[in-house]
Ligand binder design. Sequence first.
Ligand SMILES: [Zn+2]
Length: 319
Amino acid sequence: MGEIPFVEPLNGVRYGAVEQVSPLIRRIIANNPSKYSYRGTGTYIVGHGDVVVIDPGPALDEHRDALTAALKGERVRAILVTHCHSDHSPLAAWLRESTGAPTIAFGPHGLVALDDDDDDDEDDAAETEPDIKMKESIDVAFVPDVCAVDGSIVASSRDWTMRAVFTPGHTSNHMCFALDEERALFTGDHVMGWSTTVVSPPDGDMRAYINSLRKVIDRNDRILWPTHGNPVTDPQPFLAAYLAHRLEREAQVLAQVRNDVRTISAIVKVLYSNVHKGLHKPAGRSVLSHLVKLVADGAVAVDGGGAPSPKSTFVVPRK
Ligand SMILES: [Zn+2]
């Protein structure tokens, strides 16, 4: 259990091309591949004539030009943003300006992660992997015109109905959007089509993330459209494995602490020994997110007290 089912790679991505991927949905992939964005950001257009755009994407001229061409003759009714990482939201400002359509999201970004120890590790990794972006950066300038309420209809036309599904965890403001007519869910970075998502404290929250995964499982959508990677066409087994993977990782982290492997770097060395060293940094953030949850659950404590941090030592609390 716990293995993520294999999903076929997006073969032959044609950046900037418009693909009609379902009766109501078109997708355009931006040319911003990275270790976080896989082959790039998938921007979705829902409807014909009256349309919504989901996650306009990164500030790249060629992606903006591709969207301009794809939206020629369409009336953009709303711009939906799942969260404001810089591969999702920056072009929303331009699209709002050029169409007059409102931006709709849960809200602006929450706490901005200030994390001192990032810099040295990033420099190390940058020496070996100069082309790979090390972090998801935050589009702090993004503030939606409309704050969407969980479960509410955020936009509709004769042919389609878009509904907000609040899914905090990857970020505290992460929102998925459902297309009722196709029983489809646009999952942003909450559920990815190619890997597990990054949950990095303090804004990322593993406890919220796991609850939000259960929420999507309970919806029983017919298909998931992630921002990165292929659609998930059989969501239930995929999501069950996705959840099991997180719970298994949590159990492994707890077992390490019980085994006196008590710092994050030591735990990463054990649990991610078969993973490229360039990924140990995000792995450390993920282990921290599990430890924050385990401390909140009372299963683990910070040695000497205080809040869990990347430099903390962890212990099993005395009964
Ligand atoms: Zn993201």
